[in-house]
Design a protein around this ligand. Structure first.
Ligand code: DX5
Ligand code: ZN
Length: 227
């Protein structure tokens, strides 16, 4: 199992974002997670395509855009042009989920579908071949620094099962990403429930030494891959 750590710049110091991003890349990040909130789908307002374009030259890693916006489609080409590599959205926020997934791929990005704690995985039933990433929210989206909801681990196990069945049938892998409340002291438990990609905002940017936190996370994950 290959694990990826995706620091969320939601918790970075926005007054010096370029430097923050370079520092966390040097500290060993695998992806940069980019949280887009619209004060409509979620009760918070963050950053848009202009900021994505501004950080793009500072990052050689994939930029993983998480759209918490409604409607979705209008912003997809803007983020693709701004240098996003993966774009995820929430099924409740799109009137035509299949169309939005296709739009993301047509724009040259990988397509992700995000599930809030109370959102059913049945949205995956007919679209697995259009999805490159399944994003399981461990908190209700909108804010960094929340505690993860343990019940969601059951859904994570079910998502892992569905992806494994699909991969066995088709040979195609799908990333299984988790977002919200991931810390050094719970990342192994979350990985054991099936996640392979871990968003972490406050756990990394809330500490002075990003490399130290990422290394601690990797050490915790190595105990899972050794099982
Ligand atoms: C929550 C966002 C997350 C957030 C995670 O709505 O989607 O990506 O930044 O922050 P932490 O890791 O602090 O829970
Ligand atoms: Zn996110």
């Amino acid at each position: 199992m290959t694990f990826r750590i995706a620091p969320s710049i939601l918790s970075a110091d926005c007054a010096c974002l370029g430097e923050e991003v370079r520092t966390v890349v040097d500290a060993g990040a695998d992806w940069i997670h980019f949280d887009v909130m619209d004060n409509h789908y979620v009760p918070n307002l963050t950053i848009g395509p202009m900021v994505c374009e501004a950080i793009r030259p500072h990052v050689h890693l994939p930029i993983d855009v998480h759209l918490m916006v409604h409607p979705v489609d209008r912003l997809v080409p803007d983020f693709a042009k701004a240098g996003a590599n993966l774009i995820s959205f929430h099924p409740e926020a799109s009137d035509h989920i299949d169309r939005t997934l296709s739009l993301i791929r047509d724009q040259g990005c990988k397509a992700g579908l995000g599930f809030n704690p109370a959102t059913s995985l049945s949205y995956l039933d007919h679209i697995m071949d259009r999805v490159d990433l399944v994003l399981i929210m461990l908190v209700n989206p909108g804010f960094g620094g929340q505690l993860f909801i343990p019940e969601v681990l059951n859904k994570l196990r079910e998502a892992r099962r569905r992806i494994d069945v699909y991969t066995n049938q088709t040979g195609r892998t799908i990333y299984l990403e988790v977002d919200g409340g991931v810390k050094v002291n719970n990342i192994a438990r979350i990985a054991s429930a099936g996640a392979d990609t871990f968003v972490a905002g406050s756990a990394i940017f809330g500490q002075p030494d990003y490399r130290h936190v990422i290394n601690q996370m990797r050490r915790a994950l190595s105990s899972v891959s050794a099982q």
